[in-house]
Write a protein that binds this ligand. Structure first.
Ligand SMILES: Cc1cc2nc3c(=O)[nH]c(=O)nc-3n(C[C@H](O)[C@H](O)[C@H](O)COP(=O)(O)O)c2cc1C
Length: 132
C-alpha cells in the first residue's frame, strides 16, 4: 500500500552547515535506496517533511526519525494512503533549504492539485512557510 506521512519538528539546537549536509546526504541516499519519495524542508530552525512509499517502510523509518536527537517537538500533520505525489519532482526525494526551492515546490504542487489531495494539503502548509 502506498502511504504518505507528513510532519513538522524543531531543531534541538542550531545545526551547523556541515551537520545539515550530512543529514541531507544520509537522507537522500537512504530514501533513494528504499524507493521513498517526498521532500525535506529546513527553514528558520524547523523541519517539514513528507515521506511517501510502502507503508511498512515509511512507518518504520518515521519511528526512527522521531527518536533522532537532532530535532524535537515532532508533530504529525497527516498519515494517509496516497499515490506518490513527489516522484516527478526533481529526484523523487528532494531537499529544500531556501526561498526559491520553496517557491518552485509550491508551483509544482499547485500544478498537481488535481492528481491528489495530498498535493493541495502540502501546498497550503508550504504557503505558511513562504510567508514566515
Ligand atoms: C528532520 C530529520 C529528517 C530525517 N529524514 C530522514 C529520511 O527521510 N530518511 C532517512 O533515512 N533518515 C532520515 N533522518 C535520519 C534518521 O533519523 C536516522 O538517523 C537515519 O535513518 C540513520 O539511521 P541508522 O543509523 O539506523 O541507519 C532524518 C533525521 C532528521 C533529524
Amino acid at each position: 500500500m502506498m502511504y504518505s506521512i507528513c510532519y513538522v519538528s524543531d531543531e534541538l539546537k542550531e545545526l551547523k552547515k556541515e551537520d545539515l549536509i550530512l543529514l541531507y546526504e544520509q537522507t537522500v541516499q537512504n530514501n533513494n535506496k528504499e524507493q521513498i519519495t517526498g521532500v525535506l524542508i529546513h527553514k528558520d530552525g524547523s523541519f517539514f517533511q513528507v515521506l511517501e512509499g510502502d507503508k511498512n517502510v515509511i512507518t518504520t523509518l518515521f519511528k526512527k526519525i522521531k527518536k533522532d536527537r537532532r530535532h524535537k517537538n515532532v508533530i504529525t500533520l497527516f498519515t494517509r494512503e496516497s499515490i506518490r505525489v513527489f516522484e516527478n519532482y526533481q529526484t523523487g526525494f528532494s531537499i529544500v533549504h531556501d526561498y526559491n526551492g520553496l517557491e518552485s515546490l509550491r508551483v509544482f504542487l499547485a500544478d498537481n492539485r488535481a492528481i491528489s489531495t495530498t498535493s493541495a494539503c502540502v501546498e497550503s502548509i508550504i504557503k505558511t512557510f513562504l510567508k514566515a
